[in-house]
Ligand binder design. Structure first.
Ligand code: NAD
Length: 475
């Protein structure tokens, strides 16, 4: 390949316009730097184009449909529904993605970020090339930022064809509802999409290699979601992994290896959701003297790699692969590049599973806190004791606070229940501020709200519960 004679100089060259890269670009431009942002697809990355946002639109729609079908239970029966129009849902979902994509594009334009559409690679620690529709363009930069994200892990036993054997992005663009979906992987994506498809009317079977679904989450929280899967009619096969598939009379026969021997499941579609890997191949890492293994590109608290002037942010730096982590890292990297004192050292990176009910947690889990040698106590408050939760048709679940037994300092918190994805922000703020149970209990929470479940859990931990009958000696 020949790089043209014209070389564009820029302060900051960012490869990848996902929630890490585009946020870094906005912040760097705001701080007065000249920024070039390279992206081969539309701005927003996997999160906006294929993952977080389209899946949340899908999940929201499925939940509303499922709830509407049950309005008869509260005296508001609807006429028999028409069949699900998945193509209509997908069109609406695409519209949501389009609006947000336009928003990101306008923001980048407003801050004078130079967006280059094409596939880029680093050639050295101060130069890069981008293959665009108008040819190969050369860049010289002072600082480089690797923000190339991650890609869905595939299974050689079930190679995706995009029509019947699907990766998550394929599933979110199906035009017809699968009759029977086999979901391989009982992690975030498998559970979120499995629940959504079930609510729309598909038969769903989850095949998970491990001994439980949603690994890493405290058992008492995960249990709520597991119970609900059963209520929804989703079958879970634990300790099972696929070994291959074949076509039988127009359907898929998916062969499994299980603790009880070989078994076969019939399906119309299969979704493969077995994790993600950092996207570090084909971007010129070698030219930078860096290696990208399964754990991703290594960085310090300022997001610097071991190569001077080169930073890395987001999923390409390994787990946890979460959009909000990437965006925060992007802001820190931009500020460090601009000469400010900044570090990525959050008290917590909250995590959410948009299943039914939603699960969310921040800080240390109970297991982690014990392993780290804290003298740990926990307080749990059941959602069914909340007025808002019952009136909101979300009676399942609980809030759980994990705290230091001596000082009552909050170490972590988790919630299974309606609005968990928003509720977890209170724990994240508590952790950043080093809050205690007293702080949380003394904060006036609006009534009736789901958020009261934190105040009640804190009161329980202090030995002065109000809306539970538990008799406890006050601290
Ligand atoms: P995951 O790591 O959450 O779960 C993958 C699951 O697949 C695990 O339980 C694993 O045991 C199982 N598995 C692996 N190989 C298997 C096999 N051969 N057969 C059966 N089971 C197998 O991965 P994911 O659900 O693909 O999600 C990837 C990442 O994307 C997550 O770790 C998360 O960082 C991110 N994500 C976040 C959200 C969110 O924030 N709400 C949503 C979706 C994805």
């Amino acid at each position: 390949m020949v790089v043209g004679d014209i070389v564009t100089s820029t302060d900051v060259f960012i490869l990848g316009a996902g929630p890490g890269g585009y946020v870094a670009a906005l912040r760097a431009a705001e701080l007065g730097l000249d920024v070039t942002l390279v992206e081969s697809a539309r701005a927003g990355g996997v999160c906006l184009q294929q993952g977080c946002i389209p899946s949340k639109a899908f999940i929201q729609a499925a939940d509303e449909y499922h709830r509407a079908l049950r309005l008869g239970e509260i005296g508001l029966p609807l006429a028999a529904p028409a069949p699900v129009d998945l193509a209509g849902l997908v069109t609406w979902k695409d519209g949501v993605v389009d609006k947000l994509t336009q928003g990101v594009t306008q923001l980048l334009k407003a801050r004078d970020v130079h967006v280059v559409h094409g596939r880029g690679e680093f050639l050295s620690r101060q130069s890069a090339a981008v293959d665009t529709s108008e040819g190969r363009q050369a860049f010289h930069f002072r600082f480089g930022v690797i923000a190339t994200g991650s890609h869905a892990r595939s299974l050689p036993e079930l190679p995706a064809d995009g029509t019947r054997i699907l990766m998550p992005r394929h599933l979110l663009s199906l035009r017809e509802l699968p009759e029977h979906l086999v979901v391989v992987g009982g992690g975030y994506i498998g559970i979120e999409l499995g629940v959504a498809l079930r609510k729309l009317g598909a038969e769903v079977t989850v095949v998970e290699a491990g001994s439980g679904i949603l690994p890493g989450i405290d058992a008492d929280l995960a249990e709520v979601a597991v119970r609900r899967l059963g209520d929804l009619g989703i079958t879970v096969r634990l300790g099972s992994r696929p070994t291959g598939w074949e076509e039988r009379m127009g359907r898929l026969a998916v062969h499994l290896e299980t603790g009880g021997g070989a078994q076969t499941l019939q399906a119309s579609h299969v979704l493969v959701a077995v994790g993600r890997d950092p996207q570090s191949a084909g971007i010129g890492l070698e030219a930078l003297g860096l290696v990208g293994d399964d754990g991703g590109v290594h960085v310090d608290a300022q997001l610097r790699t071991s190569t001077a002037g080169i930073f890395a942010i987001g999923d390409v730096t390994g787990a946890p692969m979460l959009a909000h982590r990437a965006s925060h890292q992007g802001i820190v990297a931009a500020e460090v590049i601009a000469g400010r004192s900044a570090a990525f050292d959050p008290a917590s990176v909250p995590a959410v599973v948009y299943g039914d009910p939603e699960l969310a947690w921040a800080g240390l889990t109970e297991t982690e806190a014990r392993l780290q040698g804290y003298s740990v106590e926990t307080a749990r408050f059941p959602m069914r004791a909340l007025g808002r939760s019952l009136a909101g048709r979300s009676p399942e679940g609980l809030t759980k606070l994990v705290y230091d037994a001596d000082a009552g300092v909050i170490l972590g918190g988790g919630v299974a229940g309606g609005h968990a994805s928003d509720l977890i922000a209170e724990v994240a703020l508590a952790l950043e501020m080093g809050a205690t149970l007293e702080d949380m209990a003394a904060t006036v929470h609006a009534h009736p709200t789901f958020s009261e479940a934190w105040q009640e859990a804190a009161l329980l931990g202090l030995g002065s519960p109000i809306h539970t009958a538990t008799r406890i000696r006050p601290r």
